[in-house]
Design a protein around this ligand. Sequence first.
Ligand code: NAI
Length: 268
Amino acid sequence: MANQLLAGKKGLIFGALDEQSIAWKVAEKAHEEGAEIVLTNAPVALRMGKIQELGKQLGAEVIAADATSNEDLASLFDTSLQILGGKIDFILHSIGMSINVRKKKSYTGLNHEWMHKTLDISAMSFHRVMQIALQKDAVADWGSIVALTYIAAQRVFPDYSEMADAKALLESFARSFGYHFGTEKKVRVNTISQSPTVTTAGSGVKGFDEFLSYADKMSPLGNADASQCADFCVVMFSDLTRMVTMQNLYHDGGFSMMGINPSVLIDS
Ligand code: NAI
């Protein structure tokens, strides 16, 4: 049930590909909570994905932008500011992709050209988005910027491969840019570290199903799903969290605090 937590707010949401995408759920919930939004994704995702359906469903414009292109991002911000008729109150960065993971390259045998792409798409894009948003003064005072991340940035999950390094960089950008955005614009920047979740990006990781079930057993509350992640994003976009910034916030049913959960041993 909606509480109009985002009434009157304007948002820009990156990364809704299909109904499973976390960004898809965030867009639906943000709309339900009264926000007006613009959706964006890579040009190929607009051609292949279902994002246009979501746009129709929510009455939201869909704009193509490759998050590794400063030119695309600059034009995305210009158009979004026009469509929304004012500054943006919240931004969701929900972007990740690794060709090395897709092609099942081992961590010790990575293709470094592809690794450049992974870091560019999955991490540097966050810096680009914030830099362009700041330069264009596109975010309203007390606005909120959130990116999605995973605990492999802190602990070793071998099959997550180079995405772990991309997430570590992403989280670092949230801290570093959080300082600048906070002092210059009173805008907060945080990352949400989500449980493993069944989506196109998630399922690309080797042994994902087994891992999902392990994480579910390890977490006292079980895995958080995409819809619950969307609820948390809404709270982070709302005025209820105005003083939270530069944090990596775990949304994982308690997984990050566990050493061992006896139920994992009993079942194995
Ligand atoms: P998803 O595959 O639905 O979303 C990834 C999005 O990135 C897609 O919409 C894709 O089109 C977009 N993208 C890829 N290259 C792009 C580019 N060059 N420019 C613009 N957009 C581009 O998968 P999911 O799981 O919803 O992923 C969203 C975020 O959540 C990612 O950052 C992911 O790493 C993170 N995450 C996912 C978890 C999972 O288990 N699924 C767990 C923790 C974090």
